[in-house]
Design a protein around this ligand. Structure first.
Ligand code: HEM
Length: 502
């Protein structure tokens, strides 16, 4: 028993010792920030757990109080000065992904969470050809087919006088496009009456867990070992989430079995490609479980990011008559017939539509709203005159970049016109980072642009007089689950056409 008394007496002393070291003697001791954040990483988890995953807002407040370099955890700093972005996120960077932060998304052999840049390079090389601009142009019809379904639903809304939930419709376009693209087996959420809300609720279920997995990684192993029968009893959403994962695995198995039977797929999909040992130099065909992880990550990465950007672009345009009229006028001049397919290559040349898309990506949708933490390489680094040692985790976010009023004045307002003057646009482009930059930049960027142009162009050309209700307060807030989500009780963005408009 004596050892347990010594332990009980020693533990508080040890904790006080660690806290004192972190605050006064740690190599980051001189970096400004709240004392509590210097003492414990629970500071981050506290804000994510108690304030509906809004630590990103607390970080913004800390920058107002402490300046451009802030210590947000014993070994992590956050930067707000936009000039620092290119020092971390650039081709050839030595900064690597933080294994603790990204480990919460699972490791396996998926490209996204891989900490090492060298290993990532091989994994990414296998993915690149499937997401290239050439490939996206070849498969453009997949997106047109999805957007047509939403167009038809809006047409029906005029007859039935029922508004169409365009937020979930946009997210469903992304899911249906990527499952068609990736598996060759579309989820067809656009055919569901509610555009697949249970699917999105299940994906959201994983969100808050990620912050806990980062704080206590053993919880992740525990959660992953929960059998399906128990998940069913614990929560309907957890069950739905597990079913999603099982479905991803079934899709991968189906592709593998067809390959093993020697069948040639009608077209090469992401996963039939990844099962090919010649997919890239050094590529090792991942196991079925690892491919399932990759599938799940790609599915998660594709849906909210693109869905949010489309939602913002459509909401801000439809609720602002001047912007609406200007963009419709421009598209009409190029496509006088509203019923032809509006091709991506022509759409992306339209300056006002491009300005609307850049504005929706540059602010108000953000892509990934929170920080992208990287580990400082050997030799350390210096930011705004503050030196930090190798091994320090450092992060920046699109949220802070796109809301810097010295670059984007009135960051809460939607002003496509700021992108119209070529000189000004070139300057803004430097700070436009929804897809991040460097070797870990979004691989789905060409697909996302194609979805954005085709969806926004087609729906606005077809329906130049849609009506919507103004959204305010909580309905415009985001919760951070790596990708931003609207609060569960947010009022959704819905539109309706009037019969005279058809
Ligand atoms: C507007 C739409 C999108 C935005 C704003 C966006 C944003 C981002 C960002 C910021 C990253 C870097 C994350 C990090 O450094 O940790 C990323 C990575 C990634 N995104 Fe996207 N994304 C979008 C659409 C898509 C789509 C449609 C796909 C479809 C496949 C996709 C798949 C991925 C993947 C697989 C990665 C990991 C890439 C790697 O590590 O090599 N994203 N995305």
């Amino acid at each position: 028993m004596a050892w347990s008394y010594s332990f009980a007496a020693g533990l508080p002393l040890w904790l006080v010792g660690v806290a004192a070291y972190n605050v006064y003697f740690h190599p980051l001791a001189k970096v400004p920030g709240p004392k509590l954040a210097a003492v414990t990483s629970l500071y981050k988890t506290y804000f994510n757990a108690t304030d509906a995953s809004k630590f990103y807002l607390q970080i913004a407040k800390l920058h107002e109080q402490f300046g451009p370099v802030v210590r947000i955890s014993p070994n992590e700093i956050h930067l707000s000065d936009p000039e620092n972005y290119d020092k971390i996120y650039h081709i050839g960077t030595k900064f690597s992904k933080d294994p603790i932060f990204y480990g919460a998304f699972g490791y396996g052999t998926a490209a996204f969470p891989t900490p090492s840049n060298e290993i990532h390079r091989v994994r990414r090389a296998a993915l690149n050809p499937l997401f290239s601009r050439k490939r996206v142009l070849e498969l453009e019809n997949i997106i047109h087919d999805k957007v047509e379904k939403v167009g038809r639903r809006i047409g029906q809304s005029a007859m039935s006088k029922t508004p169409v939930d365009l937020h979930h419709a946009c997210r469903a376009i992304s899911v249906d496009a990527i499952t068609d693209y990736g598996f060759g087996n579309c989820y067809n959420l656009l055919d569901e009456e509610d555009f697949g809300i249970p699917f999105f609720d299940a994906m959201r279920e994983l969100g808050p867990a990620v912050w806990f997995f980062q704080q206590w990684p053993f919880l992740q192993s525990l959660a992953l070992s929960i059998p399906y029968w128990l998940a069913k009893r614990l929560s309907a959403n957890l069950e739905a989430f597990m079913r999603l994962q099982m479905d991803c695995k079934d899709q991968i198995l189906a592709i593998k079995e067809a390959k093993d039977r020697g069948e040639t797929p009608k077209r090469v999909t992401i996963f039939s490609h990844l099962m090919d040992p010649k997919a890239a130099e050094g590529h090792i065909v991942p196991s079925v479980d690892d491919l399932t992880d990759e599938a799940f990550i790609i599915l998660s990465a594709a849906q909210d990011t693109t869905g949010n950007a489309m939602t913002i672009a459509l909401y801000e345009t439809i609720s602002n008559p001047e912007i609406y009229a200007a963009v419709v006028e421009e598209i009409k001049l190029t496509f006088p017939d509203p019923n032809v397919r509006l091709d991506f290559l022509t759409l992306e040349k339209l300056p006002y539509l491009t300005a609307v898309i850049k504005e929706s990506l540059s602010r108000l949708s953000y892509g990934v709203i929170g920080r992208l933490p990287r580990v400082t390489p050997s030799g350390g680094a210096e930011f705004n005159g503050i030196s930090i040692p190798a091994g320090t985790v450092v992060g920046m976010s699109a949220y802070m970049m796109h809301r810097d009023p010295t670059i984007f004045p009135s960051p809460d307002s939607f002003h496509p016109s700021r992108w119209l003057e070529p000189g000004a646009a070139r300057h803004l482009e430097k700070y436009l980072v929804p897809f991040s930059k460097g070797p870990r930049q979004c691989v789905g960027m060409p697909l996302a642009y194609s979805e954005l142009y085709i969806t926004i162009g087609t729906l606005l050309r077809r329906y130049p007089n849609l009506k919507t209700e103004k959204l305010e307060g909580r309905s415009l807030e985001y919760e951070d689950y790596f990708a931003p989500y609207r609060p569960k009780d947010a009022k959704l963005f819905s539109v309706w056409a009037e019969s005279g408009d058809l």
